[in-house]
Design a protein around this ligand. Sequence first.
Ligand code: NAP
Length: 248
Amino acid sequence: MLDPRTYTPSPDLLRDRVILITGASDGIGRAVALAAAAHGASVILHGRNVKRLEAVYDQIVAANQPRPSILPLDLEKAGSAEYDALITALEKEFGRLDVLLHNAGMLGERAPVEHYDVAKWMRTMHVNANVPFVLTQRCLPLLRRSPDASIVFTSSGVVPNPRAFWGAYLVSKWASDGLMHLLADELEQPGIRVNSINPGKVRTNMRLQAYPAEDRSLLADPAAIVAPYLYLFGPDSKGVSGQTVSCQ
Ligand code: NAP
């Protein structure tokens, strides 16, 4: 495998690919969505905040890139009916899905397990670990129709380097990486590759929430870390599966 951090994507790398990105309204997801569209992908922009989603949409359309779609959905609240509607819409509009990026996430609270708020633990586990399971399960029939499908999970430094007070965030990232490995093995035969990405320290609202006092000028800009995402989305990563790729 080449080093995904120094990967140089060709201009039309993702032409005609249909890519669903959760959490595309802000931070890393937004930067990855803009980069994927710039390389020819039809991007489905998921998030909660419609205004922010529309701003990403407008930026892509203004650049004359493939027209994206907007998918507002609160992953804390989504149930069967919402997932049914999502799959029906994808099926009708595209008939298949080439890439699914599980990027949306929440930090939860920074507290020792002994004092961790139980409801917040459940919500964080749900958005970061249970939703990627449900969404993958629901999207698999559409992914199977792609000639070159790729599923990407979002990992974190708390997986190789677990540490105190990271609570449900840490446990959920271990769970989502576990799901990545499970799926990589299960989907080897249809040839669907499944990997995860550890973005490193990136200048986003979530990072600000986790480290309010740090010097933000030392953090990577989201737009500077997109190369490994594009690598895993496109045909150059064919055959790469069950890996965690680092952006920094
Ligand atoms: P961010 O800027 O806070 O963006 C989070 C995204 O997730 C937003 O688009 C947000 O949508 C969406 N989201 C959160 N909860 C949601 C919910 N209940 N329903 C629907 N959408 C929801 O965070 P980020 O730093 O870019 O993080 C992106 C991913 O990278 C996360 O999985 C995070 O764990 C991971 N990560 C980040 C860093 C870092 O340094 N930043 C490091 C390691 C891993 P709305 O804005 O519409 O609410």
